[in-house]
Design a binder for this molecule. Structure first.
Ligand code: GLN
Ligand code: ZN
Length: 767
């Protein structure tokens, strides 16, 4: 039995790579300095895995920005618009970063390549661009260089390469008239060339990541898989090829995956433990099975006893020679090192005992191998005992379990997830109370979080300013924002969210059952990292969370102030979630906490309350067959949070970056009185899904893009609103920006909103 790893986090345990990249981009360090920082990170990662005792250590899992972009550069899939960058600069990294981030220098203004979510994670990759006359050629030697660098340290690494079929499927055809899968014949020779070089350097194992083998694919894709791996096998009869799948089970692709002429197949037994039996029943002789047994996507300590039962089952069937042990997927999605969490206040010692980050997960894999031996050594057995204690402590800890909350969740009824009356009746009740004009204007919640506002929070956290001082600074900022909104005539005001660091963290900090790390960073894209909260226990709201600021804002004005909350699905989606109960149960606990907040706001006299759910779509399972089940509980959780109020209280929700066509029925089922969506970049096209569906409730299609400082003209917004009005009845339409304004500056925010209000007035005057 051998251990291996599918990939190690590359940001560095103190985000060294982020810092070095950003310094390089701003011209503060040289390319040589950046490259040496990168090298020290991947060398450290290799040594750490070597010292831990991992048998097959990955290389080419490092990346300065993104591993899929690395592959595009490697195979020369470089869109033509970057030719000029290549001419201006003779270093490969400038071209690489231009593809990642765009290039505005030396009189050039070239857009970046598109970025999108990596399967169902919060990591974003750079989408390969394919053209009809697409050619591939070996352009970058990164894969071989890293293999050689590891070899110099005495490590015969296992290069990790995105497989040819998945690479093509991850890309996008940028013109019509061809199918990206047909490019496989042109692409494969470059892969062959890379393998030839690796072979010449002495590579023994190569890992091809083929996540699409665990997704819904068509027959053409299946044929492509057969073709690719048969060709590779033909050319390299002795190279050991491992095909890695993750995030889902093989399911209907099981026979295909098992028929590929490769040496080893990796399966994700954390996401889909039930596939083990099927695989063991059907696995052909000779094929080695890699058991993805340590969760690469979450932060919980592995349950050794449970894992050992799985390993044993596999050994009984295959013999230990045909087994590889590994994390379920690349550890890219785990924070680096739990040992760095030394602050007892943020992460108490008891909770810390339940966790494992990347470095600890590597150790877990190694210990599991030791424990799988016929007579494990004392050291391993001691670790098993220790592990059993931690697991037992977690399953019974008072910190986690709250009988009252469990009771409350299990007695949720259908009625709890339903407003008292249907929308048609609520609409009238709300109109009577709210007295809003046609085309009412509002914003999505946040106003600019200036450097000043952020510095108050930083100083407050360090104890440099008192709570009273912090409070009065925020009050002043809130009051100015309220006054300004009144002045320009916005109909539904917001308080501005100045007291919030982040839309999930702010709530997590006030809810029981949440914990935070100091250094638990995970790469989101490029140099951007996120630090998700840890939901470790039953969630419960000890006190109101937003009433203070919302009521304060409302006390300043006779206009309507909208309360602002983050929805249960989004809080769940952007956290590390406990694995000892279904996600749906955790989500319902959060939903009840938000529901209580909603009723508290109502009791405080707030008549409009927004519950943001930007992450509802990204929670969709990878396999379509699982969509309805997810949507059922996710939509229900939202409704639980929203349904504790009277008919006349108006509930808004907000979603961004979404396509709605395939889930429009579920969005309608959420039954929010008003939904605001991002729309301007698609020129209102996203609205078609609502129009075709005859969406009955009210909609605020975003009329300007808040991601850029550009100020749209009134005419432009009138044109967009006219377009909206052509497909949605006027009395259903709201006028608002695409999303929150917290990343914007005040000058452009003011000009844009003044123009937006004018656009709405013009439309209602024409009615
Ligand atoms: N209310 C939040 C804000 O305005 C919504 C953010 C979001 O949709 N991501 O910042
Ligand atoms: Zn948004």
């Amino acid at each position: 039995m051998q251990t291996h790893n599918l990939g190690y986090p590359r940001i560095g345990s103190n985000r060294e790579l982020k810092k070095a990249c950003e310094q390089y981009w701003s011209g503060n360090i040289s390319l040589a300095e950046l490259l040496s920082k990168g090298k020290s990170i991947y060398e450290q990662n290799w040594k750490l895995q070597q010292e831990a005792g991992i048998d097959l250590i990955p290389s080419n899992d490092f990346s300065y920005y993104d591993q899929i972009l690395d592959m595009s550069l490697t195979v020369g899939a470089i869109p033509k618009r970057y030719n000029q960058v290549a001419l201006k600069s003779n270093n490969e990294m400038d071209l690489y970063f231009a593809m990642a981030r765009g290039y505005q220098k030396d009189g050039l203004d070239i857009t970046a390549m598109e970025m999108t979510k990596w399967l169902d994670t919060n990591y974003h990759y750079i989408v390969p661009e394919f053209y009809k006359d697409q050619e591939f050629k070996l352009f970058s030697n990164k894969i071989v260089n890293e293999f050689a660098a590891a070899k110099q340290l005495g490590i015969k690494s296992k290069p990790v390469i995105i497989g040819p079929v998945s690479y093509l499927l991850l890309g996008k055809e940028k013109e019509e008239g061809f199918d990206k899968l047909d490019l496989v014949k042109r692409l494969l020779p470059v892969y062959i060339q890379i393998l030839n070089e690796l072979k010449a350097y002495g590579a023994e194992w190569v890992q091809f990541d083929e996540p699409f083998l665990a997704l819904d694919i068509n027959d053409k894709t299946r044929e492509a898989y057969k073709y690719v791996y048969a060709e590779i096998r033909k050319q390299f009869p002795y190279l050991k090829i491992l095909v890695a799948t993750y995030f889902e089970g093989l399911k209907d692709n099981l026979a295909l995956a098992l028929s590929l002429p490769v040496n080893a197949l990796h399966i994700d037994l954390v996401r889909c433990p039930e596939q083990l039996d099927e695989v063991l029943d059907a696995i052909p002789e000779q094929l080695i099975l890699s058991l993805g047994i340590v969760d690469g996507r979450n932060i919980w300590k592995n349950d050794f006893e449970q894992s050992l039962a799985i390993v044993k089952k596999a050994i009984d069937k295959l013999g230990s020679d045909r087994i590889l042990l590994a994390p379920s997927c690349s550890l890219l999605h785990s924070p680096c090192d739990l040992d760095l969490e030394t602050n007892d206040q943020t992460l108490t010692p008891e909770i810390k005992e339940w966790l494992a980050f990347a470095k600890q997960k590597i150790d877990e894999v190694v210990v599991l191998k030791a424990l799988s031996a016929e007579s494990p050594d004392q050291n391993a057995l001691a670790k098993l005992e220790y592990n059993k204690k931690a697991i037992a402590n977690r399953s019974t800890s008072k910190l986690i379990h709250n009988g009252q909350i469990k009771q409350r969740v299990s007695s949720i009824t259908t009625k709890d997830a339903q407003r008292e009356n249907p929308f048609s009746i609520r609409k009238k009740a709300q109109q009577d109370i709210l007295q809003l004009p046609l085309f009412p204007t509002t914003t999505i919640g946040s106003f600019p979080q200036t450097a000043e506002v952020r510095s108050w929070r930083a100083r407050f956290k360090k104890g440099e300013i008192s709570p009273a001082e912090y409070d009065s600074l925020l009050k002043k900022e809130t009051e100015e924002t309220i006054r300004w909104q009144e002045e320009i005539g916005i109909d539904v005001l917001v308080h501005g969210e100045f007291e919030r660091n982040d839309m999930v963290e702010y709530f997590g900090e006030q809810l029981n059952g949440f914990s935070f790390t100091k250094n638990g960073w995970v790469q989101s894209y490029g140099s951007r990292c996120v630090k998700p909260p840890v939901i470790y226990g039953d969630v419960h709201r000890p006190a109101a969370m937003t009433v203070y600021w919302t009521a304060y804002a409302q006390s300043l004005t006779n206009s309507l102030v909208k309360g602002m909350l983050t929805g249960p699905v989004t809080i769940l989606q952007w956290s590390f979630v406990r694995n000892d109960q279904p996600r749906s149960v955790t989500c319902n606990q959060i939903a009840l906490a938000i529901r209580d907040e909603v009723t508290d706001l109502e009791n405080a006299g707030i008549k409009i309350i927004q519950i943001d759910e930007p992450a509802i779509r990204e929670g969709l399972p990878l396999r379509k067959a699982d969509w309805q089940n997810y949507l059922q509980w996710a939509v229900n959780a939202f409704k639980i949070s929203a349904s504790g109020v009277k008919d006349e209280t108006q509930i808004h929700t907000h979603m961004c970056y979404s396509e709605f066509n395939d889930i429009i029925q579920n969005i309608a089922d959420m039954d929010a009185d008003v939904i605001t969506i991002e729309c301007s970049r698609s020129q209102m096209e996203l609205l078609d899904a609502f129009a075709d569906f005859k969406y009955p409730n009210e909609i605020g299609p975003g009329v300007y893009d808040i991601h850029s400082p550009r100020v749209p003209s009134k005419e432009e917004m009138v044109r967009l609103l006219e377009k909206a009005k052509a497909v949605i009845p006027a009395d259903q339409l709201w006028v608002n920006p695409d999303c929150g304004l917290k990343t914007r500056h005040w000058p452009e925010t003011k000009s844009a909103l003044i123009a937006m209000v004018a656009a709405a007035k013009e439309l209602s005057a024409n009615e």
